[in-house]
Design a protein around this ligand. Structure first.
Ligand SMILES: CC(C)(COP(=O)(O)OP(=O)(O)OC[C@H]1O[C@@H](n2cnc3c(N)ncnc32)[C@H](O)[C@@H]1OP(=O)(O)O)[C@@H](O)C(=O)NCCC(=O)NCCS
Length: 223
């Protein structure tokens, strides 16, 4: 695990094509901007035998109040360019991407990437990490469950979602469920769970939103 360099860009683009076939991959221009604005926030996992990229994560810092709770991935990431990275005012690390090569999943690479992200948030003194967890398995349940019902079941452990179950295992909590997060995602149908990891050094965070959500009432989130 290390921070991303320009030599990794072609490997990241190939990894994106493998992970999201049919969707436009990260572009060299986007990856270059990420490094330019926030080099410490970009990680790759490298296979030491081949030197190939087998995982990556991309993050930026945002001031949460600049966004609505149901803002889309495009809004939070400035269409994937991170020019909205705001280290001077922001206290939230926003997880814009995490992926592991399909042939290398289930081996702890995602967990190692998230550990690096958590360590970064602690090192920078950020209050939390937030992200939209695309509900990757929702398309299989959409005919009979709302996205909210689906998320409830994943949180309770009666259903497994390939993305959200992983993130819950990394210590994240669900704050809510939002539509239209990722346009044209055939798996989530656009639905995402807004998830949060709180830096224990700032729990509760100074700007805690006192609103009680359904998730909070059911004890999933402790406000
Ligand atoms: C989500 C993803 C990054 C996980 O990476 P990974 O390397 O397979 O995850 P790990 O092997 O480190 O697993 C870490 C933990 O999550 C759990 N987990 C991982 N995938 C899981 C799944 N499909 N279902 C349930 N639990 C899962 C593991 O059991 C493990 O639990 P443990 O901590 O108790 O050992 C990977 O599946 C991926 O690239 N998905 C496609 C891209 C994507 O959807 N990204 C998220 C965008 S919001």
């Amino acid at each position: 695990m290390r921070t991303t360099t320009p030599d990794d860009f072609s490997g990241i683009i190939a990894l994106t094509e493998e992970t999201y076939p049919g969707s436009p991959p990260w572009s060299t221009a986007q990856l270059a901007t990420h490094r330019q604005v926030f080099p410490d926030g970009q990680f790759v996992a490298i296979d030491t035998a081949t030197g190939g990229v087998v995982g990556m994560a991309a993050s930026l810092i945002v001031l949460w109040d600049d966004y609505d709770f149901d803002s889309s991935w495009r809004d939070f990431t400035d269409a994937g360019y991170f020019r909205n990275h705001d280290p001077d005012h922001g206290h939230t690390l926003y997880g814009a991407e995490v992926m592991v090569s399909p042939g290398r999943r289930g081996l702890g690479i995602g967990k190692a990437i998230y550990a690096a992200r958590l360590a970064l948030a602690e090192r920078l003194g950020l209050w939390r990490i937030r992200a939209g967890a695309r509900l990757r398995g929702y398309h299989r349940h959409a005919p009979r469950l709302t996205a909210r019902e689906y998320t409830d079941r994943v949180v309770r452990g009666t259903l497994t979602d390939a993305t959200l179950s992983f993130q819950l295992r990394q210590g994240f909590q669900v704050l809510g469920v939002v539509p239209n997060y990722l346009a044209h995602d055939p798996e989530s149908l656009g639905w995402a769970a807004v998830i949060e990891w709180r830096n224990p050094a700032f729990s509760p965070p100074p700007d805690r939103d006192p609103r009680s959500t359904d998730y909070a009432r059911r004890g999933v989130v402790s406000t």
